[in-house]
Write a protein that binds this ligand. Sequence first.
Ligand code: NAD
Ligand code: WQD
Length: 358
Amino acid sequence: MGSTVEQNILVTGGAGFIGTHTVVQLLKEGFKVSIIDNLDNSVIEAVDRVRELVGPDLSNKLEFNLGDLRNKGDIEKLFSKQRFDAVIHFAGLKAVGESVGNPRRYFDNNLVGTINLYETMAKYCKSRKTGPIIQMVFSSSATVYGQPEKIPCVEDFELKAMNPYGRTKLFLEEIARDIHAAEPEWRIVLLRYFNPVGAHESGRIGEDPKGIPNNLMPYIQQVAVGRLPELNVYGHDYPTEDGSAVRDYIHVMDLADGHIAALRKLFADPKIGCTAYNLGTGRGTSVLEMVAAFEKASGKKIPIKLCPRRAGDATAVYASTERAEKELGWKAKYGVDEMCRDQWNWANNNPWGYQKKP
Ligand code: NAD
Ligand code: WQD
């Protein structure tokens, strides 16, 4: 189902993990896409592979701009030469541990970058008289639920952040709500991702963290290809069935489709206001279950070491998906077996990610 009029979408952080997968789906759905990315946590090779995946015709609808949201001039350059129907805002730093050690970097990048973007959107959308609507999809995170007292997490739970990274997401959600309250011409969808994993089924694009991964699935993947010797399982005494912590893992292609659903909602619903949606599967999976699923998908043994709990980790977090299903008409299609299959396909074909073996 392509869009009838070709709509032009600005994707910040489009060279990154979730960005590349979403850009593939946007192009396939008939949107024109401009990426702005400073390649702080990504490589241009990822964008080249997006082009390869969609083929030459759709690739002509994709423009890459090297730029940093902290420099207003970089954003102005884009808005001064073209009109955007909506912005999908992925660009941001996301490493929880790093944010604890260097909060200024996180506040500068995530907050200043986003405020620059909003200022430019407001200036150009109004001055160009493109209609009174300013449309925006923002990457929020399940981190805004902190350690939830109840599960599943419902969008109207009280929000709290546990670390500087989480606070940037919480502040940016609040900023979006304040802007919408003052200027109702803004339509904003806040998407709270749970734990994005997996890769495009082609095995050509996937997650490629720099350095030692912090997150579970990239870590397991690097053990499977022999880059790391074993997985530390953080916590085996949680009050869960097998003692390990439970999360809501979601296939990145489901997430990508969630962005298309969010855009369509923005375009269609004048009453959308500023609304948050969980993007998860609604199912919890433990660390040990995830290891077993990956072993099954890859045929590789993942050696594990049972370790103490990681500071700040919650016992169990998973999403209520009711609002997204009802209002966006979106529901995750894939389960953990498909997530592990596609993650392994990416890892097996690209054991060093986008880099060559050092
Ligand atoms: P990623 O690091 O792979 O992608 C982010 C991209 O933004 C990178 O390509 C990076 O170079 C770019 N970027 C960062 N700062 C920039 C700036 N100032 N100007 C221009 N480009 C900049 O991360 P991802 O996993 O694709 O995450 C995308 C978004 O989703 C982030 O905002 C992240 O906080 C959020 N999120 C991610 C997860 C997750 O586990 N992956 C979960 C919840 C929310
Ligand atoms: C999952 C489980 C770990 C690594 C983080 C951010 C959150 C969001 C998603 C951006 C936990 C365990 C992990 C390892 C392990 N990101 N684990 N060994 O912590 O749920 O969420 O990513 O918004 O903000 O905090 O994801 O993948 O790090 O951990 O045992 O080597 O795997 O303890 O129980 P998390 P994760």
